[in-house]
Design a protein around this ligand. Structure first.
Ligand SMILES: [Mg+2]
Length: 257
């Protein structure tokens, strides 16, 4: 099956080997650390359209069209609103992150697996620090990360723009060739791969971003494609991390699930 490459017959040993020496682990937040199917980001997506409707006085269809046009052209909807309409980023970000986090379930297994990874761990998100901290708290991942690099820390330069990654690397001091990055949006892994990072696409069955280009929306399991900058694909982040964990790192109870 091409959609879950890490489960290929001989992949177990090869997979561990592919991550040997990695000591910087970089995780996207939304739809990566929690499953896209919980629809948390769908709430954010809808809030973005509502913000545009109210701020620009547009109808719903035109707001949605503009939202996705800016997303594709500027990397984030916010970046387009800042450039084209001088929208204060704080107004937008506080509005779109006012959401119901109860749909995000605690994930103790993921916390244990991230805790066992050797080296430093980071969240690198186009969202805000406050949103990241809220989600991390819901997941039970408090204390799991050495740093959270948000869109403000990135100077509002979003992934997939190269500036965002350069600022990230400068801030945390990561060596790309000793770094691995996990993301649900394929295009956000292009620059990391170019820089020398190992890339993991976290796919899902979420289908609520059908009006976004396939490499810019949460990746479907069927959308592995032939993208040479995607080194690994999984639909279960915790299972994937379990597969690359050093021998004995996982608690036995996790292996039974
Ligand atoms: Mg994401």
């Amino acid at each position: 099956m091409p959609d879950i490459r890490h489960q290929d017959a001989h992949a177990g040993v090869a997979l561990k080997a592919a991550f040997e020496g990695i000591d910087h682990w970089i995780f996207d937040l939304d739809n990566t650390l929690y499953p896209a199917e919980c629809n948390l980001f769908r709430q954010i997506d809808a809030r973005m359209a509502s913000f545009i409707e109210a701020r620009l006085g547009l109808g719903a269809p035109e707001s949605r069209r503009l939202q996705k046009d800016y997303y594709v052209r500027y990397g984030t909807t916010l970046n387009g609103l800042m450039h084209e309409h001088d929208v204060p980023p704080e107004d937008f970000l506080s509005f779109v992150h006012d959401i119901d986090l109860s749909v995000v379930a605690r994930n103790d297994r993921l916390a244990a697996l991230i805790g066992d990874l050797p080296g430093r761990k980071f969240v690198f998100t186009n969202g805000t620090l406050a949103h990241a901290e809220n989600v991390i708290d819901r997941l039970g991942l408090d204390g799991a990360f050495d740093d959270i690099v948000d869109i403000v820390a990135s100077g509002y330069a979003p992934k997939p723009h190269g500036t965002a990654y350069r600022r990230f690397i400068d801030r945390v001091g990561a060596l790309p060739e000793k770094s691995a990055m996990f993301e649900d949006i394929a295009i956000n892994l292009q620059e990391p791969s170019f820089l020398g990072m190992r890339t993991v696409l976290v796919a899902s069955e979420a289908d609520w971003m059908a009006d976004e280009p396939s490499d810019r929306r949460p990746a479907r399991k069927s959308h592995v494609g032939e993208l040479d900058y995607i080194h690994h694909v999984t639909d279960d982040l915790a299972a994937f991390l379990g597969g690359i964990a050093p021998a004995g790192a996982e608690e036995p109870e996790w292996r039974q699930t």
